[in-house]
Ligand binder design. Structure first.
Ligand SMILES: [Zn+2]
Length: 79
């Protein structure tokens, strides 16, 4: 269960964010994506989309290790 019910606590904010998220979802659907895997246990931590990404500090929800990912930059490669 979610700890915070944003939809009920702040319906205005929720609608605003939801609308923006839907827009991003449609945009990202067409993008190439890459999964960032935990180097310790192989668990998928995040999904990143085509573009430039700097260092990212993530905590693996599977093994609890803190993982720092190096910057990544990629373009659509020819298939
Ligand atoms: Zn892990």
């Amino acid at each position: 269960m979610a700890k915070v019910d944003v939809q009920r606590a702040n319906p205005e904010l929720y609608e605003q964010v939801k609308t923006e998220q839907e827009r991003l979802k449609i945009h990202c659907r067409a993008q190439m994506k890459v999964a960032r895997l935990c180097p310790y246990c192989g668990h998928k931590i995040t999904t990143i989309y085509k573009g430039n990404h700097g260092y990212a500090d993530e905590k693996c929800p599977n093994c609890g290790e803190e993982v720092i990912f190096p910057p990544i930059s990629f373009r659509l490669s020819s298939k």
